[in-house]
Each structure stands twice: as structure tokens, then as C-alpha cells.
Design a protein around this ligand. Structure first.
Ligand SMILES: [Zn+2]
Ligand SMILES: [Zn+2]
Length: 243
């Protein structure tokens, strides 16, 4: 079955999008979303409220816009985090890491072949400037990454790609899920090494148990919550998998 990334209207170009609740003052993190590339991939700039130290998550391209977002937020960029190795998520990781002199963390080692092929992917999609990269740290299921003093749990969620990881900030009830799940859809599995059943299992067995109240920012389109998708998502809702 061919699964689209998301509803069609979310491909339209949008300005910087502040992440809405649960990001309140008592929460440890704050974030803005910068949709980049023709894929309108949601690059996010996430920072620790206390220290103003920040990470770019899935910087796919358009470096000047990303730098501008960091300047506007008045934060110190300390790392780049990657959920997976697709061009639109990792195309600007090498350039940003170099520019700020910061490490790249993630994804899981099973993504090395994709990260090594970013330039090939870029030629195919005609996106000059994107560069292949090698992370300074590969992540495993159960690891933790930090942004300032805020910790994110690392969940290995294969299916869309074999080494895809998800970052969950438990205190803020907030997750960055890349292309695992979207509002109303799930990641494509028709790319090399995609696996539909593995993806459904990653979502149902590893993400949903974290709590219905966790809101997530996907790699494309609008935010949603695990609870809402468990009720309504045509691919992974309780109803969809019970048949
Ligand atoms: Zn992807
Ligand atoms: Zn994507």
C-alpha cells in the first residue's frame, strides 16, 4: 500500500510556526518550526528555557533561514539532532555543524547508508548544496540526548527507514517524530528498506504507550497528539488495527 506523507494542503508554504501548547512557561523547552526545502520539512529549533542553549532538529536545507531563526530566538546553538537520513531532514546538517562548530547526534547507526548518500539524493531531487554527513554520536533505543539542561528520550522507530529515531521530552509531553507518524497519516514505506508492519509496530508498541497526552511535531504538516491519532489515524488507530 502506498502511503502519502500527509494531507495535501499541508504542502503549501507557511511562515515560521510557533509551537503551541504544551509549551508554557513552566515547561523546560521552547521551540519554533521552520519549514524548509520543496518538501516543506519541519526543521525545528528547540531550546532549553533555563540556559537558552539550542539544537536544530532535522535541518533539511535553507541554512540562512535557520540561522535567522536562531538569531531571532537569541539562543546558543549547541548541537544538531537528526531523526533519520533523508535529504529533506539532514541535507543541511553538515553545513550547520561546521558553521556553529557543534556535533551531530543521531540517528541510529542503521541510517549510515542514507546519510552517506545525501549528495546522491540531492542530485536526484535537484537540491544543490545538500551534503552527506557522519554523526558524531549514533543513538540507540533508550539513550538520552540533552539540549541545555533538558533531556530527550531516544526511541528507535524503524519502518520508514531502518535507523529512524524519535525524541521525546517527557516533562513537556512533547515529541519530535520525523517521518514516523503524521497528523492523519504515517510515513511512507515504499523507499528502500522501508517496512510497513515494522512502522506500524514502532508507532503502536513504542510511541502510543508513552501517553495519549503527548503532542508531537512531525516532519511534515501540523502537530497532533498520540491520543488523537490512536483514535482517528486511518493506519494506526485502535480501530484500524483491530480488524
Ligand atoms: Zn523521510
Ligand atoms: Zn520527510
Amino acid at each position: 500500500m502506498r502511503v502519502l506523507y500527509q494531507a495535501r494542503e499541508s504542502w503549501s508554504r507557511r511562515p515560521f510556526m510557533p509551537v503551541r501548547p504544551p509549551m508554557t512557561d513552566e515547561k523546560p523547552i521552547q521551540a519554533v518550526v521552520i519549514p524548509v526545502t520543496p518538501f516543506q520539512q519541519n526543521t525545528s529549533l528547540v531550546w532549553c528555557v533555563k540556559t537558552k542553549r539550542a539544537a536544530f532538529v532535522d535541518p533539511g536545507g535553507e541554512v540562512p533561514r535557520l540561522v535567522e531563526a536562531a538569531e531571532k530566538a537569541g539562543v546558543t546553538v549547541e548541537k544538531v539532532l537528526l531523526t533519520h537520513g533523508h535529504l529533506d531532514h539532514a541535507g543541511a546538517a553538515a553545513e550547520l555543524a561546521e558553521r556553529y562548530g557543534v556535533p551531530i547526534e543521531g540517528p541510529h547507526k542503521d541510517e549510515d547508508w542514507l546519510l552517506a548518500s545525501i549528495e546522491e539524493q540531492a542530485a536526484k531531487w535537484r537540491m544543490p548544496g545538500a551534503r552527506s554527513c557522519t554523526p558524531n554520536r549514533w543513538l540507540e533505543d533508550g539513550d538520552e540526548v540533552t539540549v541545555g539542561e533538558a533531556a530527550f528520550a531516544v526511541i528507535h522507530c524503524p519502518g520508514h527507514t531502518p535507523g529512524h529515531v524519535v525524541f521525546v521530552q517527557k516533562a513537556a509531553r512533547f515529541a519530535l517524530v520525523g517521518d514516523v507518524i503524521f497528523a492523519g497519516s504515517i510515513g511512507r514505506t515504499d523507499f528502500p528498506r522501508g517496512n510497513h508492519q515494522q512502522l506500524v509496530d514502532s508507532i503502536r508498541l513504542k510511541l502510543f504507550p508513552l501517553g495519549d497526552d503527548i503532542r508531537f511535531l512531525p516532519g511534515h504538516g501540523q502537530m497532533s497528539s498520540f491520543g488523537w491519532e490512536r483514535k482517528t489515524n486511518p493506519y494506526v488507530s485502535d480501530l484500524a488495527v483491530s480488524g
